[in-house]
Design a protein around this ligand. Structure first.
Ligand code: PLP
Length: 458
């Protein structure tokens, strides 16, 4: 089929929504490093993890071998409310750039949570319900994850307690109201409702909070209350597994038109959308069937891939979580209040960290003002108001398309448009007012934070 017959939006049929999640780890020769018990430094056992996480999710977390997991019918039915999501050919953006590149994006913002987070939220809530739990606790940064989880818990009749990073709680009061509408209990973090929150407040009075702090608080609440477990919106292997629906759909859509992406781009906070988007493509790359250039894009203010170290570290500031081996800036690192709340995590998925370490993907960091220039350009050309997080991927896609303009290459670029920016208008305001600044940590800042990492010889 001629390339110009590709529609603006490639929709799959409802019955083409994936019926199985794809577990990328099954095709990795070097498996991601296991979570360690911080006390014994031995790999966490299922029983230990089950004190914090739902049973079935623990199995998914620890399974490096099973290639496909059936998606339970109830989750498939929920997916039908907002999936399949469109794969869009960005004709207008290509034209505005004057680039011969063919740009595609997979749009995950078509649901009330405004992001891809709902794909994993419904799965995690489903397994909690199946286990007969009363409720779940979690953290949220930008608010998308908290919203997605609130929606899922409301659907299944579970209690939902959200610790929201304080700066986001203040910047995005609208988000809180959406979560409360779905029945969630929302607390700004750090708070005085947990021991770890009180300790952090004492040590850093006036702190804006961070995802790391909020995670510590949510875990403490879950393990100290009967019938509750903790759920996490990114970073974990299970979350990347659920998010594989993004990549499976995108690949099925492009395959219909015989399009093979040369470059695949995603923003990277904890790595779940990127891990999901690239999953089937990376699988082919690992099996030696096809080659793709894969690029992770992170904020210059929180550059875990590009300036962090590949080490064991805590996933949270309060050091109550297991140790994960990942590219990290140090669990004590509190990034400056960048507007891409969803990318302010100090570490990175262990799966992506291993793949990056083994040279299967690239990473770059971009400054916030450059990200918003790309966001504005995209909004004006493609009509969608992108989330600041997603705009990191837009920035890199535009930069790659501009390179094609110089070389005249007709490359296929696929990027993940993870969400919409309607709750990020204070960020857009600061950009429109011309007062947006770029805060980039110094080498000394990062070294000081890394010096506090636990010493683990693995
Ligand atoms: C949470 C979020 C991200 C970053 O999280 P990952 O786990 O790295 O995917 C990106 N975009 C949006 C819109 C988000 O809500």
């Amino acid at each position: 089929m001629a390339k110009n017959e590709i529609p603006y939006k490639i929709y799959l049929n409802e019955n083409e929504i994936p019926k199985q999640w794809y577990n990328l780890r099954a095709d990795m020769k070097n498996k991601p490093a296991p979570l360690l018990n911080p006390g014994t430094l031995e790999p966490m056992k299922a029983e230990e993890l089950e004190a914090v996480f739902c049973k079935e999710l623990v199995q998914q977390e620890l399974d490096n071998e099973t290639k496909f997991f059936d998606i339970p019918q109830e989750i498939q039915d929920f997916y039908k409310m907002y999936r399949p999501s469109p794969t869009v050919r960005a004709y207008c953006l290509e034209k505005a750039l004057g680039s011969p590149a063919h740009i595609y994006y997979k749009f995950e913002g078509n649901n009330t949570s405004g992001s891809h987070k709902l794909n994993s939220a419904i799965a995690q809530a489903y397994y909690a319900k199946k286990q007969g739990l009363k409720g779940v606790t979690t953290e949220t940064g930008a608010g998308q994850w908290g919203t997605a989880l609130s929606m899922s818990c409301a659907y299944l009749g579970l209690d939902c307690r959200v610790y929201m990073v304080k700066i986001s709680y203040e910047q995005k009061p609208g988000r809180k109201e959406v979560m409360r509408t779905y029945g969630a209990n929302v607390t700004p973090s750090p708070s005085d409702t947990t021991n770890v929150g009180r300790a952090i407040l004492e040590k850093f009075p006036g702190t804006n909070g961070s995802l790391g702090c909020a995670i510590s608080e949510a875990v403490e609440y879950a393990v100290s209350h009967e019938g509750y477990r903790y759920v996490l919106g990114s970073v974990l292997n299970q979350v990347l597994l659920h998010q594989s629906v993004i990549g499976l759909e995108a690949k099925a859509a492009l395959d219909k038109y015989g399009v093979k992406p040369d470059i695949i781009i995603g923003c990277a906070g904890g790595g779940s959308n990127l891990g999901g988007l690239i999953a089937p493509f990376m699988g082919e790359k690992l099996r030696g069937e096809n080659d793709y250039r894969i690029i992770a894009v992170e904020p210059a203010s929180c550059p875990s891939f590009t300036r962090g170290e590949y080490r064991y570290d805590f996933c949270d500031t309060g050091a109550v979580c297991p140790l994960a081996k990942m590219y990290t800036l140090g669990s004590q690192f509190i990034p400056s209040p960048n507007h891409a709340g969803g990318l302010r995590f100090h570490g990175m998925s262990s799966i992506l960290s291993q793949l990056y370490h083994d040279g299967y993907m690239e990473a770059r960091s971009v400054e916030q003002s450059k990200v918003f220039e790309a966001a504005e350009f995209f909004a004006k050309t493609e009509g969608l108001l992108p989330a600041p997080e997603s705009s990191h991927a837009i920035r890199a896609a535009i930069d790659e398309a501009l390179k094609c303009k110089e070389t005249g290459e007709e490359k296929n670029i696929l990027f993940g448009l993870t969400g919409t920016g309607y709750f990020d208008l204070s960020a857009y305001k600061s950009f429109n007012d011309g007062v947006m600044t770029d805060s980039i940590p110094t080498d000394e800042d990062i070294a000081a934070s890394l010096a506090k990492l636990p010493k683990v010889d693995k």
